[in-house]
Ligand binder design. Sequence first.
Ligand code: UDP
Ligand code: MG
Length: 312
Amino acid sequence: MNKTPTYSFVVPAYNEVANVSALYKRVKTLMDKVNDTWELIFINDGSTDQTLSVLFDICEKDNKVKFIDLSRNFGHQAALSAGLGNAKGNAIISMDCDLQDPPEVIQEMIEKWKQGFHIVYARRRNFRKDSIIKKVGSKIYYRLMGKFTRIDIPKNVGDFRLVDKRVLNEVNQMKEHSRYLRGMVAWTGFKHTFVDYQRPDREKGVSNYTFGKLAKLGMDGVFNFSMLPLRLGFILGFISIISGFGLLLYQIFDVLITGAYYHLYKWLVVILFILMGFMFMLFWVIGEYIGKIYDDVRQRPLYVINEMINFD
Ligand code: UDP
Ligand code: MG
C-alpha cells in the first residue's frame, strides 16, 4: 500500500503482549465504521515479552499494520517520536497500547478534525484510581506548569491526541533530544480543541511508567518549556541583597542614634549577606546565558506559519 492513508495510528508498546491484538481489533472495528484508509504503526520499545512475535503475526495478516522495532527500551516519548517520524497519514492519532483510550473518543476526535481543528486533545475528566500522591502531584504539577511557561500546555491531557499532518511536520522538525511531546505539539500553536472522556483503568498488564520515568517526564516538561528555574537565582539574590542592606542600615542607625557598639564580625556578617546576594545574582546571569545557549542548540523553528495570503 503506497497510497497515503487518511489516518495514521501511532502506538508505542512496551511489554504489552496482552494488549496488542485487542488494540488492533478495536482500531479495525472502528475504522470499518469510519470507512476510510488507515495505517496502524506499532513501536516495539524493546519489550522483553512476546510483544514482538505477536506484532509479526498481526502484520502478516494485515498490511495496514506496521511496526518499528527499536533496538532497546528508549522510553515512551522516544518510541512515540519514532512512530510519528514515520506516519504518513493526513491525521495522526497517537494513543497508548493499554486500551485506556476508548475508540468512541477517536471518532469524536475525527469529527473535530473534519471541522478544521488541527490539534484535538483527549482530556481526562476523571482521575484513575491512582494513589493520592499521583493525584495531588499531578494537580500541583499542572498548576506550576501553568505559572512557569509562557505557552499554554493543556491540563489533564496525556499523549492521546489527534494532530493534522501540518502539526506533525512541525513537530518532526524539532530535533531536541529530551522530548516532551505534548508541550511540543502545544508549542506549534495551531488551532486546537478538546474531547472530554472518562478514562478507564488499564485493562491488562501493569503501568510501565514507574515513578522515576514519570518524574523525568515532568522535569522535561518544566525545564524544556520554562526559564523560571534559571531565574531562581535572581529571586534569591534580590531577597538577600535587600535584607542585607536592611540589616546594615539598622546597625548604622543603631550606632548613630543610641550609640550602640557592634563588634567587627557583626559588620562582616551583614556585608557577607549582601555579597552573597550578588553571588546569587551572578548565578542568575550565568543562568540566562545558559538558557540562551539551550534555546539555540535546540534549533526550534523561529516561527510557525498558519496561512499566507496573496503570495504566489
Ligand atoms: N511505553 C513505552 N516505553 C516505555 C514505557 C511505556 O513505549 O518505556 C508505552 C506503553 O506500552 C504504553 C504507553 O507507553 O503504550 C503508556 O504507558 P503506560 O500505560 O505504562 O503509562 P500510564 O498510562 O500508566 O501513564
Ligand atoms: Mg496507560
